[in-house]
Design a protein around this ligand. Structure first.
Ligand SMILES: [Fe+2]
Length: 380
């Protein structure tokens, strides 16, 4: 443990073992490289209730790419597509399909964040760079993490514009209502065989995170498949990154399927928090989002397992929402089917009612649901 510098603490410490050399204020945005940003933006607005925020492209002086920025409460997505052939974004999409390129983290000092992490061994992605317009300036820097995924550090205290210099306000006529999504609860990375510990050590050593929990193949296995997982978190608990690796099973695990179709390590899912999961999931389902379902038998004894809950069981059962409890409370969660053509990324919706865990009690039912989907794809 390094000595704590109290003056650098931004928020109450949730995770006492984490170190404080890299204070993170939260997730700034998530950037996906996609084949068609205009149509992806429409999907995230229509199906997911994101609101249009900002745009950059030919009209703003970019020559080779276009980005749409969408927002729902604290969640910001940037959807980026190439406008020409043969560039890095094209190669990324060719290798991985649509997927998360950058998990951008909001910091007070992007230059210090870069120095602290690269000094500890992070591979540089972008040296500290200041971008300016008449609304002020933003400082960006970046490091590599698993696969081709990167972390961008965003320092925006001297900026009052809509998103960042280079972007203009995007105000289309089409503005569907939001669905009550509030913030990113956690973002999960899938890494290759025997790489989980390496990447957990990266988050511990390079970024000062500490391990919250771990699950081994005894926790996360079904008749056929297995995986292992550790959850890394920063000091204030706002950033939680579970890391999964495959474990030996009788058939191909969902992590192996992901690695095969993503061509390596990458972001498996984003968990988005809501204050009312029944309303949120009802709205998402009406807008065409498809969720994994568990057998009706799950609900026969779930209350014996988790005890009393505030919600009626019927709407949870009708929507397929899962329930789990830990020492501090309970949580409600549900997982979409893959939201892309390749069976890679999906989204979790989570409502925490005190629980700080990740739904271990649901793993078996959930993974059996995933295996049924894998079997239908011929990839089990
Ligand atoms: Fe999750």
């Amino acid at each position: 443990m390094a000595t704590l510098d109290k003056t650098s603490l931004q928020l109450p410490k949730e995770n006492p073992e984490a170190e404080d050399f890299l204070p993170l204020l939260g997730t700034d945005h998530v950037e996906l490289y996609v084949g068609n940003a205009k149509q992806a933006a429409h999907y995230y607005m229509a199906a997911w209730g994101f609101q249009p925020l900002a745009y950059a492209g030919l009209e703003t002086g970019l020559k080779d790419r276009v980005s749409y920025v969408l927002q729902q409460d604290k969640i910001r997505l940037v959807l980026t597509s190439p406008l020409k052939s043969g560039g890095d974004i094209n190669r990324h999409i060719d290798a991985h399909g649509d997927g998360v390129k950058a998990i951008a983290l909001w910091v007070d000092d992007a230059t210090k964040s870069y120095k602290e992490t690269t000094q500890r061994g992070a591979e540089s992605y972008m040296e500290p760079t200041t971008i300016k317009d008449d609304q002020g300036e933003v400082v960006l820097s970046g490091i590599h993490t698993y696969g081709e995924t990167v972390h961008i550090f965003v320092e925006r205290s001297n900026y009052s514009g809509v998103f960042m210099p280079g972007y203009r306000k995007w105000e289309p006529h089409y503005r569907p209502s939001d669905v009550g999504l509030k913030y990113i609860d956690h973002m999960v990375g899938n890494v290759g065989w025997n790489e989980m510990n390496k990447w957990c050590e990266f988050y511990a050593h390079v970024m000062g995170f500490a391990q919250l929990v771990s699950f081994d193949d005894k926790d996360i296995s079904t008749e056929y498949t297995a995986l292992m997982s550790k959850v890394m978190s920063n000091g204030n608990g706002r950033i939680k990154f579970p890391i999964n690796e495959p474990a030996d099973g009788r058939k191909k695990s969902q992590i192996e399927e992901y690695i095969e179709f993503y061509n390596g390590a990458g972001v498996q899912h984003m968990a988005l928090a809501t204050d009312n999961i029944i309303e949120t999931v009802s709205a998402l389902r009406d807008r065409g989002v498809e969720f994994l379902t568990v057998p009706a038998t799950y609900y026969e004894d779930v209350l014996d397992r988790v005890g009393e809950i505030d919600e009626d069981l019927a709407p949870l059962r009708d929507l397929g929402i899962l329930i789990d409890r830990d020492d501090e409370g309970y949580l409600l969660q549900i997982f979409t089917k893959p939201i892309l053509d390749r069976p890679t990324m999906f989204i979790e919706i989570i409502q925490r009612k005190g629980a700080k865990s990740f739904g271990k009690g649901n793993f078996k039912a959930l993974f059996e649901a995933i295996e049924r989907e894998q079997a239908s794809r011929g990839t089990l």
